[in-house]
Design a protein around this ligand. Structure first.
Ligand code: GAL
Length: 454
């Protein structure tokens, strides 16, 4: 699918030029929130901000008044959060919780609103943020978060959360959020009875998928359901981890793998071939609608994080193994692309005592095992009660223990928001142009701009 109209190429080139120009605007202080230069400007503004509270001095005070929790877990992504908020309100009846959500999978809309609020000196009491660079390379770097080390010490959490996870939310100067989930990104979902009817089995590699895809198309079935831009990046990371393997995937984010070499050429080339077998209306579909295509028998497969399991079990009432099936995305068996949703306390929040009580609850065993079974995720805690989880989550918990763990790009682990925003522009261009060289050159440029490569 290399052949595209001259128009598409022109659009892509204009987009590239815009993309490359944007960080300059940030650097000169004229840009909106986002991009690498933003961190510098946020840093200088933070010096005039309300001073940090002392977290260890808050714990003796009783929560009362309001608590605003900011996230993108709304609508049919909401039940797990609502259960947690109910638990909070039962535990702290003097507090009224404001469940502030901005709809849009993967936080694409919420994160933009959050930036405006943080820059405007109006932080929510606590906000959803991914463990890893989204937290550290964005908000911690800009001095916007409170150190929660005293809370970890008081609750004995240093031994309760895995060390590698603590490394993703901590720096030499502190621990900056409380993790509530472990989600897996590289999962391929399907309906077993439908695959049987169509005469296919879950592909073990993307090559195998490309071979079986025409057979599905001949039967009027979309081989792979896809949604809006971010879900394409989500798919891309699974394709990249197959092509590169976990070591080179890690090397890419440490600046030790070229963005323009033969390995990345293979990633983009395979990704382009896979896109030929996705639905034409992908750009207008949410991740839930892409999952629906599989559930309703219009598509054979979908690669999505295991919040799709939460959606299928909690919202659609389907049973794992019988009503829906899953495999690691093609070629990634034994590798777990992880991400973790966490909440922190921004500097200058209106209700720090209530926030601390919230963080204590979401990090507790009861809080975690209330939330995660509904969400499709597993608990980050090492002492989680697995009997509360369904067959899918139990299998994810086993893989989390045994697999090689690598970090997700789309969900904030390996790159900061500056890179993520720029990568979304590169993806937009690629979805239109399918131009491998252009994608490689553009990603190299943004990796340099965002401090990933030299
Ligand atoms: C991820 C988040 C998940 C889920 C998903 C879809 O970024 O970590 O918990 O909400 O987006 O919106």
């Amino acid at each position: 699918m290399q052949s595209r109209s001259a128009f598409a190429k022109t659009v892509a080139l204009i987009a590239l030029a815009t993309l490359l120009a944007v960080p300059l605007a940030f650097a000169s202080g004229q840009g909106e929130a986002g991009g690498s230069g933003q961190q510098g400007s946020m840093q200088s503004q933070s010096q005039q901000k309300a001073p940090a509270v002392k977290v260890d001095e808050l714990s003796g005070q009783s929560p009362s008044g309001k608590l605003e929790i900011f996230s993108w877990w709304s609508g049919n992504e909401g039940p797990a959060l609502e259960a947690l908020i109910n638990l909070y309100e039962k535990t702290y009846p003097q507090v009224q919780v404001i469940n502030a959500t901005v709809t849009g999978g993967s936080g694409v809309n919420a994160k933009a609103v959050l930036k405006t609020r943080m820059l405007g000196g109006n932080p929510p009491d606590s906000f959803q943020v991914h463990a890893g660079q989204e937290l550290i390379g964005t908000w911690v770097k800009a001095n916007r978060m409170q150190d929660l080390t005293p809370l970890y010490q008081k609750e004995g959490w240093m031994d309760v959360f895995p060390k590698d996870l603590l490394n993703l939310i901590g720096t030499d100067n502190g621990i900056w959020s409380v993790p509530v989930t472990i989600h897996r990104s590289n999962v391929m979902w399907y309906i077993p009875a439908n695959l049987k009817k169509w005469g296919v089995t879950p592909p073990k590699s993307w090559d195998e998928f490309l071979q079986m895809a025409p057979k599905l198309q001949q039967q009027g079935i979309t081989p792979l359901a896809l949604g809006t831009n971010w879900t394409a990046i989500h798919l891309w990371e699974s394709v990249a981890v197959e092509a590169l393997g976990p070591d080179k995937w890690d090397a890419l984010w440490n600046g030790n793998l070229s963005w323009t070499g033969s390995e990345m050429n293979q990633v983009w080339t395979t990704f382009g071939k896979i896109l030929q077998y996705t639905n034409d209306d992908a750009a207008s579909l949410s991740w839930q609608q892409a999952t629906d295509m599989v559930v309703q028998g219009q598509a054979a497969f979908n690669v999505m994080g295991d919040w799709a399991a939460g959606y299928m079990t909690t919202t659609l009432n389907l049973k794992p193994n019988t009503d829906f099936g899953w495999e690691a995305s093609p070629g990634t068996s034994g590798v777990f692309i992880m991400l973790s949703d966490s909440f922190g306390m921004p500097v200058g929040v209106p209700h720090p005592v209530n926030t601390l009580a919230w963080l204590k609850l979401i990090g507790s065993k009861n809080g975690s095992d209330t939330f995660n079974p509904l969400k499709g995720s597993i608990s980050p805690r090492l002492d989680s009660d697995l009997s509360k989880y369904n067959a899918y989550s139990q299998s994810a918990a086993k893989d989390w223990k045994n697999d090689r763990i690598v970090g997700s790009l789309q969900h904030g682990v390996v790159a900061n928001e500056g890179f993520m925003n720029d990568f979304a522009s590169v993806m937009e261009m690629f979805l239109k142009s399918r131009d491998v060289n252009q994608a490689m050159n553009a990603t190299q440029a943004i990796a340099i701009q965002n401090g990933i490569s030299q």
